[in-house]
Design a protein around this ligand. Structure first.
Ligand SMILES: C[S@@+](CC[C@H](N)C(=O)[O-])C[C@H]1O[C@@H](n2cnc3c(N)ncnc32)[C@H](O)[C@@H]1O
Length: 346
């Protein structure tokens, strides 16, 4: 069973979340051992002060090294193993399911929550702390990030969820997003549950789930497909976007340039396109995409590229023009899949 110790100035905040629901039940049943410690208990002064002004000035207080060090040293003395010390920090490696899996396999972990302006750098160096972030934004404290990490680790521990399917057939566990979920009633607001799910045919349901997981990932997170393999082979490392127009299909960039120069757009659309022109100019634009393989875009960047295309897609939709995205495992290969009427950015 993994042991997780959280060092924080707000242990009640953490304790309250970790006592409820699935994690709370997992703790009670002895599947995971979690302790929340108050760094203020190690203040060592009569005012229980644990922070001070930053050297060099600036607004906000900095958590002092000594109370943190004493708190973590005391935790280490309680533990048989030598736990990794993780500092929740917006400067750290951004948390992914792979990092969660790696940490979930440890015997014990100490998680340090900062607050205010953060903590004195010297204690992080002294403790050899690894920094983990929950995303590229800044919160007021490390408590929510510590809870996110602890929750994600807890659900991978034996016994916390009913069985391993409950976490392994889940978004990100195997590098894909999960298929959509449905529950009763069978029809709601004229929307029916996909028929195959009502058949009870196990193989057909499994096939639908597999195919739909790929489809959902293609639509929502094409960048994840870059590393995805099917039967050991790369799956969809490249994408390209087509626009059908007057019985021909154009690469989206070529198409946009063409309509821009013909000035059939509204003023607002022309402005959007003008702003994007330098980016569009930097991308290859063959006159007729079918005859040219250079327009395949690396899927790893596809999320960014498709985001960049979003205003173009909006324009196409406003003009009632469909577009189509193809995926391939090689830049000049045969498409493995395609999305008709791509609506991710709707
Ligand atoms: C206001 S932040 C300090 C930010 C720090 N001054 C900086 O600019 O890097 C206070 C504390 O919240 C926690 N925190 C804030 N954002 C976080 C994030 N994205 N991931 C993990 N922890 C975060 C950290 O523990 C941090 O010490």
């Amino acid at each position: 069973m993994i042991r997780i110790d959280i060092a924080t100035l707000f242990p009640d905040m953490c304790e309250s979340y970790l006592s409820e629901s699935i994690v709370g039940r997992g703790r009670k049943a002895g599947h995971i051992d979690i302790h929340c410690h108050n760094i203020r208990d190690y203040a060592g002064n009569k005012h229980n002060r644990v922070d001070d002004k930053a050297y060099g000035g600036g607004t906000g207080m900095v958590m002092q090294a000594q109370p943190i060090y004493d708190c973590i040293t005391a935790i280490k003395q309680e533990s048989d193993a030598s736990p990794r010390v993780i500092y929740m920090s917006p400067q750290g490696r951004v948390l992914t399911q792979d990092i969660v899996k790696e940490l979930a396999a440890e015997d014990s972990l100490i998680i340090l929550c900062g607050h205010y302006e953060g903590v004195d750098q010297r204690v992080l160096d002294e403790l050899n702390a690894e920094e983990i972030s929950v995303g590229d934004y800044v919160l007021t404290g490390g408590e929510l990030p510590a809870l996110i990490l602890t929750d994600a680790i807890a659900r991978l521990q034996d016994g916390v969820l009913p069985n391993s399917d409950a976490y392994s057939i889940e978004s990100h566990y195997n590098g894909l997003l999960e298929h959509p979920q449905y529950t009763r009633p069978e029809i709601w607001h004229d929307r029916a549950v996909p028929a195959v799910l009502l058949t009870g045919a196990h193989d057909a349901v499994a096939k639908w789930q597999e195919e739909t997981a790929l489809e959902v990932t293609r639509r929502k997170r094409p960048d994840m497909l870059y590393d995805h393999r099917v039967n050991g082979e790369p799956y969809a490392r490249y994408i390209r976007v087509f626009v059908p127009h007057k019985e021909r299909e154009y690469d989206i960039v070529a198409f946009m340039k063409m309509i821009f120069h013909r000035r059939i757009l509204t003023n607002r659309e022309q402005k959007i396109l003008k702003r994007m022109m330098p980016v569009l100019d930097s991308l290859p634009t063959p006159p007729e995409c079918e005859e040219n393989s250079r327009i395949w875009l690396n899927a790893k960047n596809a999320g960014r590229i498709l985001d960049m295309y979003a205003p173009l897609f909006d324009m196409l939709r406003e003009h009632g023009i469909d577009y189509r995205i193809e995926y391939s495992d090689t830049p000049d290969g045969k498409p493995v899949a395609e999305n008709e009427n791509f609506t991710v950015f709707a």
